[in-house]
Design a protein around this ligand. Structure first.
Ligand code: DAT
Ligand code: MG
Length: 136
């Protein structure tokens, strides 16, 4: 089995979209291997988004992802699960996201784009180890 990490971000949880988002993945055929509502502390947020440290939007990104409860989950499927999830998420800027994607159907702002998904197999391994060390 192949696995990837998702974070349903504070905007999605606050808007009551957690069920809708998880349902989309389940209907596609992916399965939750682990998952929990969590409030991320600053250190965890900075470690998760380390690749963006130093970019102009980094402080706002850390502030946003720690601003309320998130759902952190591990999705499982046969192969290339990260790629399936990324396609279903839509582009980073929801203004450009195709209809039918999570961001394209439910969001308009890059700063509040509802969902994180690992962007490669390597990222998935690193992120699963960060949030679910028992699974790694
Ligand atoms: P993605 O979440 O699609 O993997 P990313 O890894 O490039 O996108 O960036 C992580 C998050 O940071 C993204 O979901 C929203 C925020 N972000 C990225 N680029 C941004 C920008 N130019 N302005 C504001 N926020 C940005
Ligand atoms: Mg990313």
């Amino acid at each position: 089995m192949d696995r990837t990490l998702i974070i349903v971000k504070p905007d999605a949880v606050a808007r009551g979209l957690l069920g809708e988002i998880l349902t989309r993945f389940e209907r596609r055929g992916l399965r939750l291997a682990a998952g929990a509502l969590r409030s991320l502390d600053e250190a965890t947020a900075r470690a998760h988004y380390a690749e963006h440290d130093g970019k102009p939007f980094f402080p706002r990104l850390v502030e946003f992802i720690t601003s309320g409860p998130v759902f952190v989950g591990v999705l499982e499927g046969t192969e290339d699960v990260f790629a399936v999830v990324r396609t279903m998420m839509g582009t980073t800027n929801p203004k450009e996201s195709a209809p039918g994607t999570i961001r394209g159907d439910l969001a308009t702002e890059t700063g509040e784009n509802l969902i994180h998904g690992s962007d490669s197999l390597e990222s998935a391994r690193r992120e699963i180890a960060l949030f679910f060390p028992d699974l790694a």
